[in-house]
Design a protein around this ligand. Structure first.
Ligand code: NAP
Length: 443
């Protein structure tokens, strides 16, 4: 591994393809025999630092259409939090199901799961049938793994019946020194960014792009008012940038003055501190409080000068969904990709049908959407929202930060990269965007 790293650090990328691939590598794993370890523990007390391990694992065999990547950096996504606390399900069920599909799928069904759905790095080897990428290429990877053997996915690759999120529903993910991906997941690494900066947007940027911008999601247009929950978090920090870039007006919901300040730095003007305003959408565990929805809606109107949101960018789920349906404007869209606070949502359907609103489900992004989202980063139109970077050994702590919402934007992880700041190829473009690139740092 050291020889590979030395070649990358010395910019001898042409040599990478002729170096031996190590038989094993270090990867962050959960263990199947620990899937019950938090059985009687409350969700908030389930500790990723206990369940995430750094193990030496065998290098998987490379299949047709695949690529083996030397991972320089990765990032924490909420799916790694879900995997590490074994909620709502243990991910070993996904691996078993994948294992039943084919001989190549079987490689993924192991008693350990190497997690992680983002990476930046260098191609080490490519499998049979890969012509667009070669060893030595500097890449990032999106996390859509599809087989594409079924016509359902041919128009929109997210509709493939064998659609999986790499590093969550497949093994050999990005929080590791090596990763196995399908070559179609690869995209050029943005040249003006470091390894850790370029690794962090992938999953959330692509997801927010489909959810908010794409016609497969809310299809945002100029002039729209967009209510964004968690506007300084992983998804929200990209949704806010898309809204501002696309001529919409974001109304950013956050939970602290520091997070409000980050949104202001991104260029947002309308901000709601949900903690300071003290909204209690639920009276108790069973009943919501429509007066609180109304108070929230009145605050939005106060900020917008009377407009209700054309689009509500939803992901907190149970706690906020009733309010989201209520505050969307007549004919507005509530677009949801997650349920962090609980997936059984309730809302007052009278507000939905009488006001002709729509609820749209969205999940990750298809190949094209992921490519377009990465192109925006590569062109310096959307910027990474990296706040903090941990070494691979401290991935458990990094996931714990996200689990407890003590982070801002994205939390990065150095895999093979020995330090931050390496891998920049275009210093001129970087210089032009330096303030924006560093906006989330050290907050
Ligand atoms: N379907 C997909 O493809 C997909 C892709 C990415 C993520 N996700 C899911 O989306 C969710 C968010 O991911 P993320 O990366 O954005 O996570 P994140 O970085 O933790 O950001 C989420 C933000 O939501 C806000 N929030 C959390 N709980 C809330 C609540 N009960 N009420 C109101 N706001 C709340 C918090 O902001 P404030 O405290 O500042 O309000 C938090 O910073 C996760 O469940 C993740 O698994 C799904």
């Amino acid at each position: 591994m050291q020889k590979i790293l030395d070649a990358i650090l010395a910019d001898e990328l042409d040599a990478v393809g002729s170096l031996d691939v190590p038989e094993s590598y270090r990867g962050v794993t959960v263990h199947e025999d620990e899937a019950e370890m938090f059985a009687d523990v409350a969700t908030k007390d389930k500790d990723p630092r206990r369940s995430l391990h750094l193990d030496d694992v065998p290098t998987p065999e490379l299949g047709p259409g695949e690529a083996l990547i030397a991972v320089m950096a990765s990032a924490i996504n909420y799916n790694t939090v879900w995997t590490s606390i074994f909620e709502p399900l243990s991910t070993f069920g996904f691996l078993r199901r994948y294992g039943r599909t084919s001989q190549l799928g079987r490689r993924h069904d192991l008693p350990y799961h190497v997690v992680g759905s983002d990476l930046s790095g260098v191609v080490l080897r490519t499998g049979v049938g890969v012509h667009a990428w070669k060893p030595g290429d500097e890449v990032v990877a999106h996390c859509l793994s599809v087989e594409l053997e079924h016509p359902d996915g041919h128009n929109d690759t997210m509709l493939d019946p064998e659609q999986r999120i790499w590093g969550f529903e497949t093994n050999f993910g990005g929080l590791a020194e090596l990763a196995l991906v399908k070559a179609n997941q690869l995209m050029p690494k943005p040249k003006h960014l470091s390894w850790e900066e370029s690794a962090c947007p992938g999953l959330v940027n692509s997801t927010a792009y489909r959810q908010l911008v794409s016609r497969n999601g809310a299809g945002m247009k100029q002039g729209d008012t967009v209510l964004i929950w968690g506007a300084s978090g992983g998804l929200g920090s990209y949704a806010t940038q898309f809204a501002l870039n696309g001529g919409a007006t974001p109304v950013c919901v956050v939970s602290s003055p520091e997070k409000a300040e980050i949104c202001r730095k991104m260029g947002a003007e309308l901000i709601i501190d949900r903690a300071a305003d003290g909204y209690r959408f639920w009276k108790d565990e069973h009943e919501q409080d429509p007066r609180e929805w109304k108070r929230f809606g009145a605050r939005i109107r106060e900020l917008t000068g009377g407009d209700d949101p054309d689009i509500v960018f939803e992901h907190p789920g149970r706690e906020t969904f009733g309010a989201s349906v209520f505050v969307a404007r007549k004919r507005g869209t509530i677009v949801t990709c997650a349920s962090t606070s609980g997936f059984m949502h309730t809302f007052d359907n009278r507000y939905l049908w009488m006001n002709l609103k729509r609820i749209v489900g969205s999940h990750f992004a298809n190949y094209r959407e992921a490519w377009e989202a990465n192109r925006l980063v590569a062109r310096g139109r959307v910027h990474p929202t990296l706040s903090r970077v941990y070494p691979l050994e401290q991935t458990g702590q990094a996931a714990n930060d996200v689990h407890h919402n003590t982070h801002q934007g994205k939390v990065g992880v150095l895999c093979l990269a020995p330090e931050e700041g390496l891998g920049v190829r275009d210093a001129t473009t970087r210089e032009r965007h330096l303030d924006a690139i560093n906006r989330f740092r050290g907050v």
